[in-house]
Write a protein that binds this ligand. Structure first.
Ligand code: ASP
Ligand code: MG
Length: 414
């Protein structure tokens, strides 16, 4: 007998008919001899609608009240799911964040889980019930309702799976699993069978939207195996697991991210402390900077050009900060570019294979795509390019590294 956690996203519970599908699947899993916990998201569109209402009332709604409101979506689907299971002859009980004691910090709208008590969920399933837990919600030290950030039900599911030491945490969604790249722009994208937590974390932070990033961090920390799969089919999805025993593929996936803008400071004085000042000012305002390049100025001499990327959503704030900083350090012109995209390749095998970056640059240049900035980590290489080349670059890298034929183990030879 296994202890199974199943998380169902908004589309999987988007209509009453779909709720019934989910209920049948959970009952089937239970009938096979397992104890079953399900975590539900709000029905598709409900969270957006609730937040929309709040922003109709006020441009800056109080975040405590925002969480009281937003968390009701999951409360609805938990109750509806339990009732549906009853209708099908099963036993089920809905549980809200405060009943499961999902204790979080006090950061309304983006709270982090501190602790979870497994006992309530455990006793519920021991009684033969399916425990239906409302995702996304927790409570802070004062007992106020908090929410875990958009997509937070994934994190609820992983945290509960860790707390009750579940055998597997299944994340049901509207796609077959995690893909080698976005199938919407690359027809040869394939479903990945097995991927490591580290790779998944990189892909998730690069904009692959299947899992909330925190849920992957948590799964990695507690070693909770994840199975990302479709609620509309019975096929195997993608297993997200520890890297032991995994084939170390050089390139596991290609991701792209259009959420960053490029900022260039031209002709700033080339002396100690200038770069520290620029990025210090940004850090003080909580702007996270991603790629950074410093290069000798086009004119040469005693000045330097500094190029970096920031979230597009922070650009207005960044303009103010940078214009002031440029005046302070006696710097030159500032240029902004919103039409950029970051394309990245991710794979554990990069650690032990040389030449992967060179291959990536070669593939892009063979299509005439100019690279504006580069950043790397141990298992990732990212290039900033003009956004009009997004599709071309993604397809070229995807097929160039052989992902259309099964993941590449060694970089293709030229
Ligand atoms: N309902 C929340 C959202 O839309 C949480 C979730 O679905 O995971 O972000
Ligand atoms: Mg989701």
């Amino acid at each position: 007998m296994a202890l199974v956690v199943q998380k169902y996203g908004g589309t999987s519970v988007g209509t009453l008919a779909r709720v019934e599908n989910v209920a049948r699947r959970a009952l089937r899993t239970q009938a096979e001899g397992n104890q079953v916990v399900i975590i539900v998201s709000a029905m598709a569109g409900v969270t957006d609608k609730l937040l929309g209402l709040a922003y109709e009332v006020s441009e800056k709604p109080d975040t405590r009240e925002l969480d009281v409101l937003a968390s009701t979506g999951e409360q609805q689907s938990a109750a509806i799911m339990a009732m549906t299971i009853h209708k099908l002859g099963g036993k089920a009980k809905s549980l809200l964040g405060h009943q499961v004691k999902i204790n979080t910090d006090g950061a309304f709208t983006k709270a982090r889980i501190h602790t979870i008590e497994g006992s309530k969920v455990r006793s519920t399933v021991k009684d033969g019930h399916i425990a239906v837990v409302a995702g996304f919600q927790g409570l802070n030290a004062e007992g106020d309702i908090t929410t875990l950030g958009r997509g937070g039900s994934d994190t609820t599911a992983v945290a509960i799976a860790a707390a009750i030491e579940a055998d597997v945490c299944e994340i049901y969604t509207d796609v077959e699993g995690v893909f080698t790249t976005d199938p919407n722009i690359c027809a040869s994208a394939r479903k990945i069978d097995r991927i490591s937590f580290e790779e998944m974390l990189e892909l998730a932070s690069l904009g692959a939207k299947v899992l909330q990033i925190r849920s992957v961090e948590l799964a990695m920390k507690y070693g909770v195996p994840l199975h990302v799969r479709s609620s509309f089919s019975d096929g195997m999805g993608t297993m997200v697991v520890g890297e032991e025993g995994l084939e170390k593929v050089v390139v596991q996936g290609v991701a792209y991210d259009k959420k960053e803008a490029k900022v260039q400071l031209i002709n700033v004085p080339d002396r100690p402390g200038v770069v520290a000042k620029i990025f210090g000012e940004l850090a003080d305002r909580n702007v996270s900077v991603d790629m950074i390049i410093q290069s000798p100025s086009r004119e040469g001499g005693t000045t330097t050009d500094v190029t970096f990327t920031v979230p597009k959503t922070d650009l207005t704030q960044v303009r103010d900060i940078i214009e002031q900083t440029a005046r302070d350090v006696g710097g030159g012109a500032i240029e902004y570019d919103n039409d950029v995209v970051k394309v990245s390749i991710v794979g554990l095998g990069m650690r032990s294979h040389a030449g992967v970056a060179a291959e990536m640059f070669q593939l892009l240049s063979s299509e005439g795509v100019n690279i504006q900035a580069i950043s790397t980590s141990e298992i990732k290489i990212s290039c900033l390019i003009a956004s009009k080349y997004t599709e071309l670059a993604v397809r070229t890298l995807h097929d160039g590294f052989g992902l259309d034929k099964g993941a590449s183990i060694v970089p293709p030879a030229h």
